[in-house]
Design a protein around this ligand. Structure first.
Ligand SMILES: Nc1ncnc2c1ncn2[C@@H]1O[C@H](COP(=O)(O)OP(=O)(O)OP(=O)(O)O)[C@@H](O)[C@H]1O
Length: 243
């Protein structure tokens, strides 16, 4: 079995003085694997990603990156250690070029040869980045902008990328492109922890699925099995599963 890249262990986390959103969450992501978190609105999926990337410190529990306890480290430190977080919504700088957006992801790389090498890697992975390199990012479609965000996130060669609802607001064709790109990332060896509103389609592509409910993993298993599980059809996916 591949090595564990990221794990959340017994994580309890929430906002301010309110009751915790995560109530003992356990999630493990292995190298080269796509793990998909699904579950009803408010279950704590985005909160889980925020804890993993250091945006929210847990009240208790641990975050381990490549076996090292990184609980409470800042997002910047975690980025340096190989964990990148692509937030929900659009985060490209529309008035900047694709090149400028992508280079921002490599701003800590001092070695110019290394920077050039990473730029070539992300251009190869995301053809739209190469094709529109000098163009304004704001002129790209939503799906293309998402690919620029992915490229930026991969500039530091992370071992794990957190993706929060990457298909949000995209039409079916662009959603497919984004899912194909996630598959491609996986094939380069990057691990992905994915939160998706398109739960069924995401589970069909992912390796492992985790259904969150009330801040805990309610059901977990091979993602394709979960996609076909009638309990999910009724409880979480808004209708009977296909087939
Ligand atoms: N910044 C915040 N401050 C206070 N409460 C928050 C904050 N962000 C999220 N919450 C609350 O935490 C709970 C879980 O939110 P979270 O975004 O993690 O859920 P989710 O499973 O990702 O759901 P959704 O699919 O609706 O995004 C919700 O009740 C939400 O209102």
């Amino acid at each position: 079995m591949s090595e564990t890249v990221l794990s959340l262990e017994d994580v309890v986390a929430g906002y301010g003085r309110a009751a915790p959103v995560l109530r003992g969450l356990n999630v493990t992501v292995r190298a080269g694997e796509v793990v998909c978190l699904v579950g009803p609105n408010g279950a704590g999926k985005s909160t889980a990603l925020k804890v993993a990337s250091g945006l929210l410190a847990p009240r208790s529990g641990r975050v381990l990156l490549a076996g090292k306890d990184v609980t409470g480290l800042s997002p910047q430190r975690l980025l340096g250690l190989g964990l990148a977080h692509v937030l929900q919504g659009h985060s490209v700088f529309r008035e900047m070029t694709v090149a400028e957006n992508v280079r921002l992801g490599g701003f800590t790389v001092r070695d110019q040869a290394r920077l050039k090498e990473r730029i070539e890697v992300v251009k190869d992975l995301f053809p739209v980045v190469r094709e529109r390199w000098g163009g304004m990012a704001g002129l790209l479609s939503g799906g293309q902008q998402k690919q620029v965000e992915f490229a930026r996130a991969l500039m530091l060669e992370p071992s794990v990328v957190l993706l929060d609802e990457p298909s949000m607001g995209l039409d079916p064709r662009n959603t497919q492109v984004v899912f194909d790109q996630i598959d491609l990332m996986r094939r380069t060896g990057v691990a992905v922890l994915l939160v998706e509103q398109n739960a069924r389609r995401a589970l069909e592509m992912a390796d492992l699925g985790c259904v969150l409910d009330l801040g805990r993993v309610h059901i977990t298993g091979p993602a394709r099995d979960l996609a076909a599980d009638p309990r999910l059809g009724r409880l979480y996916l808004g209708g009977a599963p296909a087939g």
